[in-house]
Design a protein around this ligand. Sequence first.
Ligand SMILES: Nc1ccn([C@@H]2O[C@H](COP(=O)(O)OP(=O)(O)OP(=O)(O)O)[C@@H](O)[C@H]2O)c(=O)n1
Ligand SMILES: O=C(CO)[C@H](O)[C@H](O)COP(=O)(O)O
Length: 455
Amino acid sequence: MEADSNEQISGSCSIDFTVAVVLPAGGSGERTGLSTPKQFCTFLNRPLISYTIQAFERVGWIEHIVVVVAKDNLDLMVTIVQQFGHNKVKVVLGGSTRHRSIFNGLKAFEATGEECAPTKPKVVIIHDAVRPFVEEDFLVKIAVAAKEQGAAGAVRPLVSTVIATTSEGYLDHSLERSKYRASEMPQGFLYDIIYQAYLQCSEADFEFGTECLHLALQYCGTNARLIEGPPTLWKVTYKRDLFAAESIIKESGTTKKMTDKNKQCSGTMPAFVDLDNIVFSHLVETEETLSQTACVVTGVCEESVQLAHALQKTLGAQDMQVDVVSTLLRSSGTFNSKNWNFIHVAMNSSCLADLGELVKTFEETGYAVLNPVVLILVHLDVSEQSPTGERAAVLGGVRDLATEAKQRNILLYGILLNHVKDAEQREEAVQKLSQIIMALIKERNPALTGQLLWV
Ligand SMILES: Nc1ccn([C@@H]2O[C@H](COP(=O)(O)OP(=O)(O)OP(=O)(O)O)[C@@H](O)[C@H]2O)c(=O)n1
Ligand SMILES: O=C(CO)[C@H](O)[C@H](O)COP(=O)(O)O
């Protein structure tokens, strides 16, 4: 199999035919191990799918974008479209497999009588919603080759050798790696060709097939043109890919700001992206941020503010970077500006409502999707003989909230701190408290969530 070199197909020619896009986004992202489908994971307050849509929407010659989603995510997708002002998008329902979803997307162009139906294009580009980094010059190459040849697709050199195994798990044979390519996305087709291919394809194709180019060949006799694409076309499949995507998005934000400032070019991505390096440095950086930063959230009463500042001092002495934020600032967005752990200092069980709000904020912003957030309630017991009912209420509240929070990747722990008048004893108690907080933050032990420790 021979792939065309990039030079053979000019990326700069203008597109004088109609082009539309189908973005399959109907999967559940099982391989990430997260409950949120990867296309809806949020980076810098924007879901991944919105970055992918944006990559196509900014291309002037693309007329319509059909986004295919699962029924459960239909409302979410419509909200995203409205929230981020995606004005070329039509959302349709997906199917149980990727091929079924793509076919549903193509059918949207057949619904000619329907209101807001997208017009049938000459060429349709199919692109996985979870490949957000696609650039216009490459889309031009795919669209032009699809128009000339009937089908075209992105390829990349294979990283590993492909081998066939026997049913008993032994090597049967191995393929000559240089002859093969990894098939990536985007892929482009004359609309009529791919639609006809899907009309004819079998249940087995729909159920097990993974290659649209193959359908065009098998059912329409069209040999796709293969064009080598950049490494950034890779598909977000595992959790580590989400870290890489996050880093590229953050990096490209910086690059864009710099280039805008210097008026050099409108670059949207760094020219060279070393994915392995990005993942590695991101993991190291995340690990450091996760265990070395914290935000102490405090109410307005004097005792809790004092305790918050005492914790800032003792934790700071152990190399933690600690900020103190008043609970009154919760709605200002301050809480989500950094990747930190949270220590909520409070004096009575009514703080549980505040804690619940905090958990809700994390959920709404997708803050805890990739990394578990540690949330520690420090309940300051000021009365000489605190009513047992109050303690029981705090314990019950922490337990209930912890179960709910855990499902959202938030680890909630409770600590009861007896207020002591003697300054020396108080200092000792704060030291002990800091040590426990450090241990909870460093270990992030799920088995201890919902427990109320007593200092
Ligand atoms: N029934 C399906 C399955 C997948 N897709 C989409 O096809 C693209 C590539 O598929 P894949 O990476 O396999 O996504 P998932 O099926 O979500 O992942 P997993 O296989 O890990 O569950 C994704 O944008 C995915 O949302 C789809 O539209 N409909
Ligand atoms: O690269 C591709 C070629 O069409 C597809 O994105 C890939 O095959 C999708 O497969 P899967 O859903 O199994 O990850």
